[in-house]
Structures are given as C-alpha cells and as structure tokens.
Design a protein around this ligand. Structure first.
Ligand SMILES: *Cc1c(COP(=O)(O)O)cnc(C)c1O
Length: 399
C-alpha cells in the first residue's frame, strides 16, 4: 500500500484528465498494478523489503543474469569502451563489440545476418516500420505480445488479427487481403500461455499468399531447439528469405537488448530505415560484450537447458498429481489460470505469505476473465524449490 501515490487533486481540477478517477477505477476492478522493489540481484532467491522470497516469475530462464563470466565481461568491456555509446549506430555509436555480438547471434540462429537493437520492443517496431506502410497488411495472432501489436499500429499498415495459433484462420485472413505487402507476426513461444506457435503451418499459409513471417522468439531463443537456437530450430525451419526472427537478450540470456536475424537484404533494410534503430542511442558496447558472453555460456553449457527441462517436468508431474490444470506444453512458462483478477491476486498474496513470489497477470496483459499466475522456471531452481511451490499451490488452488 505504501507505494501507492496519493491522488493528485490539482491535476483533476486544472487539466481535466481525471487521472485520480482512472486510478480509483483500476483499484476497484482489481487491476491496479504495483512494482515490487528488489534489494540486489535478481535470481531464484530474491530479497524485497528485507523479506527473502523464492521467485517463480523471472524470464532469466538459464540463470545467467548474475553469472560471474557475464558480469566479468561487462566490467572489462566497461574499462575498454566506457559506458555510453555516445551516439546512434549510424552516427558514431556502432562499435566492434556490437559487430561481434551480431556475428554471434547470426551463428546462434543459423541465419546469414543479425542486427542488434536496444530492446525487443524496439526491434519489433523497427521491423514493422521498415517493411510496411499504408496499404500494407500485418496479420497478428490474437494473443501476440503488446510490442508486436504496437508495431502494427506504428507501421500504419492495416492490422488483421487471426485466431490463436491457427494456420487455417491465418490462411483465410490472408486470402481476403488485396494488394500490398503482407507480414505475418507471431510469438514463437506465447509469453503468457507458454504454448509453441505452429510455425510450419503458419509459414505454409504465409507462403501461399506471398507473405513474410516474423517470429518474435523472446521466450524461445536460448531455450528451445537442440542448440538453443529457438522455436525455428525446434521446428527444424532452416533459413529462408521470407522468414525473420526477433530474439531478446534480456530473458534466457540474462542481459539486455534484442536482435533481428534473417536475410542480408532484410538486415540492410533495417539499418537504412528501421526508425527505432536510426533514431536512438546505440546500446552500451559493454552490454553487447556481456550479452555475447551470455550466449557463449548458454551454448557451452547445454546442461542449463536440460536442467530447466527437468525442472519443468518435475513441476508438471507434481501439478498433475494435485489435479492442477496443466497446459499441454512443457516450456518454462506454466500458467495457472484463475479467471477473476481478484482470485489470481489472492493466490499470489497467499503464496507470498509462504515466501514464494509468483505474480498475478491480469487484463489487459491477458484476455478478460483469464487472470492467472504466470509461473516460470529457471535452470537455477532446485528440485526442492519446485516441491515447495507445489506444496503451496495445493493450498491455493480450490482450497
Ligand atoms: C519481453 C518481450 C518483448 C520485449 O523485449 P524487451 O527486450 O524486453 O523489450 C517482445 N516480445 C515478447 C514476446 C516478449 O516477451
């Protein structure tokens, strides 16, 4: 409660935005959001306000965010490059550190080229603005990440949404479009449901209509595929000129930033005209070095992916025994859907009392009536952590 700002009456009276009323409505609808402040490093065990918590909500899937080798890479690169890049990539902010990271990411994804962006949000906006304009169409899965939906809006293309993970629905949406370019955009692993997009079917539909496929692999890269190459590798989809992949570095790779990988002409087009690449300061080169170190550790230590898989399996087996409604997917994102926002919040609160941190995800992040606990796992979780979670969940679900 203490971090809730007091209503600012003056704004209501003089400006007419009525912000206080909007905030009050959020509170009554159980949609008011609060930030948790951590003291120190993120990890499976965190400290917040002096309280020690076991966390199941980070996207640091491989446990690399505080890895000594990644931290050392950041420090030594800061000694060499300083902190700020000082300018955008096309002015004087581009360094050999960025170039090495891009080469490493192209190799990881098995694509001919890659371009590093400051964030995944910006990468998605960049692709859409560089490739699309008025008269073009972007086809989006209904539950795509907000940044893909915003990318469509910013591009000025017409947005068409298709039924979740449904290649036939996509096909019929594409068939009804006129001329102009078409881009099909989908999460690789859906961020709130943890299911894997049916990329072969989506790609086939895109190809029948001459569309390009953009896969947002924020939750697949580093995790899925036999070498951690992501959802495309999982499905065995080799490089093709009509496929682009966006991956983030702030999740499985535990650092910060993002990239787009694909055809050299695509990469060059992004350099020329992706607005979120051109009109922003380049990421600190030291961060690029840290991200590259994280990719190296992830590739060199496949046990991290295996351990993560075992952890997810242990959770799913235990959850089934308890009668919890597990999804058919064994990705590190394991949602437990309560429905009402109040119910999800209450479950999160009860877990918190038992020293477990699992955030409740509510609309509009997820569709109305599907508020949930979004439980995520990391290679850093111990079997005993999973058992503690299961024990606590048996109390909150239907109990
Ligand atoms: C996190 C996320 C993004 C945004 O990536 P950032 O680098 O955090 O901006 C984009 N798409 C999906 C599906 C995500 O989960």
């Amino acid at each position: 409660m203490s971090d809730a700002p007091a209503p600012h009456r003056a704004a209501r009276d003089t400006v007419g935005f009525d912000l206080a009323q909007g905030l009050a409505q959020r509170r009554t609808a159980d949609l008011y959001r609060r930030r948790l402040t951590l003291d120190g490093a993120p990890g499976v065990e965190v400290i917040a306000g002096g309280e020690r918590l076991l966390a199941f909500c980070s996207n640091d899937y491989l446990g690399l965010a505080a890895h000594p080798e990644v931290v050392a890479a950041l420090k030594s690169a800061a000694d060499r490059y300083g902190v700020g890049a000082g300018a955008s990539h096309l002015v004087s902010g581009h360094t050999d550190a960025h170039r090495r990271l891009e080469e490493r990411l192209a190799e990881l994804t098995g694509r001919p080229g890659a371009l590093a962006f400051s964030t995944g949000y910006m990468a998605n906006l960049g692709v859409a603005t560089a490739l699309l304009g008025r008269g073009d169409t972007i086809c989006e899965d209904r539950v795509n990440h907000a940044s893909l939906l915003d990318a469509g809006l910013v591009s000025r293309a017409q947005t068409v949404r298709y039924a979740h993970a449904d290649p036939a629905a996509l096909d019929s949406r594409l068939a009804s479009r006129g001329s102009g370019r078409r881009l099909v955009a989908t999460d690789g692993v859906f961020s709130m449901d943890g299911d894997i997009a049916p990329l072969p079917g989506l790609l086939a539909a895109a190809r029948r209509h001459g569309a390009m496929l953009l896969v947002d692999d924020a939750h697949g890269i580093g995790v899925l595929g036999s070498t951690g190459g992501g959802t495309l590798e999982h499905h065995g989809i080799a490089h093709a000129p009509d496929v682009a992949v966006m991956g983030t570095l702030g999740k499985a790779f535990g650092t910060f930033g993002a990239f787009v990988a694909g055809e050299p002409d695509l990469i060059d087009t992004l350099v020329q005209s992706a607005r979120t690449y051109l009109y922003t300061t380049a990421t600190p080169p030291a961060l690029a070095e840290a991200a590259r170190a994280a990719v190296d550790v992830a590739c060199r230590e496949p046990w991290r992916r295996e351990r993560l898989r075992d952890t997810v399996r242990r959770f799913r087996a235990g959850a089934r025994q308890l009668g919890l409604p597990v999804t058919p997917w064994d990705t590190p994102i394991q949602p437990l859907v309560f429905g009402a926002s109040a119910a999800a919040l209450e479950a999160s609160r009860v877990l918190r009392e038992r020293g477990l941190l699992v955030t409740a995800i509510r609309p509009p992040t997820v569709p109305r009536g599907t508020a949930r606990l979004r439980i995520t796992f990391s290679a850093a979780h111990e079997p005993e952590h999973v058992d503690r979670l299961l024990d606590a969940l048996s109390g909150v679900w239907g109990g």
